[in-house]
Design a protein around this ligand. Structure first.
Ligand code: HSE
Length: 425
């Protein structure tokens, strides 16, 4: 007797959707019965595509009574939120790759799903092909995770790697990355750190088992990182990476952020280059673990989506409460620390007048702001008698560092504050 096929509805047939469709062809128990696209006339590189199941009305997917699992691969909050809500209300389980939706309205959709006893899986939303959601929620569930440090955006990691390897400027590498298709025409979501911030919001929520709100995640992109900073960081034994980080302190305060960071050259994340992603977790009893791999792309992302589909498919009609360990209950909201109250070490690049007493003046400003210096290096006295000075501070409070930057900007000795980048602690 032929067993019942699990029916899938796809919303979105772009890069990831195409990979999912092609990958699902290998599974006889799974059938894609409806696909919603924006433009029905677009030519697609999918050899066995059944054109008859394509619609440009996504509500035909979420209200199709045949469908068991709706797979949302369009991204963004609107109309994805309403489509997922309607699909759940119509009795469908959900697989999504939508990091923005999870970060901004995850609480609402998980509550709707729980109310209707449906599952939402989202392995592809964070770090593409790297299995990280299911491991945190299942095999690592016995851990008290206190720290997450990750490279969650391939575009920015590609740009920073190229800047490092070629000594090129941000602008030049971005242009090249856009020409090669690695960066979007409008790169804002990636280069300003939004993409990584969406991902760390959800990752931190899972790791700490407490809801982190997206608005409490500090975010800074890579657009101000200069080729000179890359070189200076290298000379000091560091690499510069866009790090998504989440820490939980002993008092129960979460510190969640995305910003460029100097990390030691011999650290694991310093070796994660180009479009590769990685997630490092620290907790008890596991200790320290890093997972790395492709963070985007047609087939790596399809690997995660299809894994989620198969996890739901395996339990459909076998139980009235599927995948209990994968459910999300946002019972408790995390207390979050504001960036201005955090303690950091800093790399500071100044351009100063090459006058007597300048180094002393820099030391005095830092002392007045309660900042102690770990190192100070002057290089490149130029023809116009200015000097580039690189400072690494000891641990100090962010608000004190911001006061020091203001004082440098007002100082008659300093021409410009070129860069301020936090150093990993
Ligand atoms: N735009 C993302 C990146 C991939 O560059 O890593 C999708 O999340």
């Amino acid at each position: 007797m032929e067993s019942k096929k699990i029916k899938i509805g796809l919303i979105g047939l772009g890069t990831v959707g195409s990979g999912v469709y092609k990958t699902l062809e290998a599974f006889e128990n799974i059938e894609v019965v409806k696909i919603a696209v924006k433009n029905k006339n677009k030519k697609r590189n999918i050899p066995n595509l059944d054109e008859t199941i394509i619609t440009d009305d996504a509500y035909e997917v979420v209200s199709n009574p045949e469908i068991d699992i709706v797979c949302e691969l369009i991204g963004g909050v609107d109309p994805a939120f309403d489509l997922i809500k309607t699909a759940i209300e119509n009795g469908k389980h959900i697989v999504t790759a939508n990091k923005e939706l999870l970060a901004k309205r995850g609480e609402e959709i998980f509550n709707i799903a729980e109310k209707h006893n449906k599952v939402i899986l989202y392995e592809a939303a964070i770090a593409g092909g790297i299995p990280i959601i299911m491991p945190i929620k299942t095999i690592l569930a016995g851990n008290n995770i206190t720290r997450v440090e990750a490279i969650l955006n391939g575009t920015t990691n590609y740009i920073l790697t190229k800047m490092d390897v070629q000594g090129a400027s941000y602008e030049d590498v971005l242009k090249e990355a856009q020409e090669l298709g690695y960066a979007e025409t409008d790169p804002t979501g990636d280069v300003e750190g939004f993409d990584a911030a969406y991902k760390i919001t959800t990752l931190a929520t899972l790791a700490f088992k407490k809801k982190i709100r997206f608005e409490n995640v500090y975010r800074e992109g890579i657009t101000k990182v200069r080729a000179e900073d890359m070189k200076a960081a290298n000379d000091l034994g560091y690499k510069i990476k866009l790090i998504a980080s989440a820490k939980m302190d002993e008092k129960g305060y979460a510190d969640v952020r995305v910003h460029p960071m100097l990390i030691p050259q011999d650290s694991t994340l310093a070796h994660i280059d180009y479009v590769t992603n990685a997630v490092s977790l620290t907790g008890h009893p596991i200790g320290h673990i890093t997972l790395s791999g492709p963070g985007a792309g047609e087939f790596p992302t399809a690997s995660s989506v299809v894994g989620d589909i198969l996890a739901i498919a395996a339990e459909l009609d076998t139980t009235d409460y599927l995948l209990p360990m994968m459910r999300c209950r946002h019972e408790e909201l995390a207390k979050c620390i504001d960036i201005s109250d955090t303690q950091n070490k800093y790399y500071l690049s100044l351009n100063a007048k090459n006058n007597k007493g300048v180094i002393g003046n820099i030391g005095n400003i830092c002392a007045e702001c309660n900042i102690s210096l770990e190192s100070i290096v002057q290089k490149n006295v130029s023809e116009n008698n200015t000097a580039d000075i690189t400072v690494i501070t000891e641990l100090c409070k962010e608000c004190n560092m911001q006061s020091a930057v203001k004082a440098f900007e007002d100082s008659e000795f300093i021409n410009s504050v070129n860069s301020l980048i936090r150093v990993q602690i």
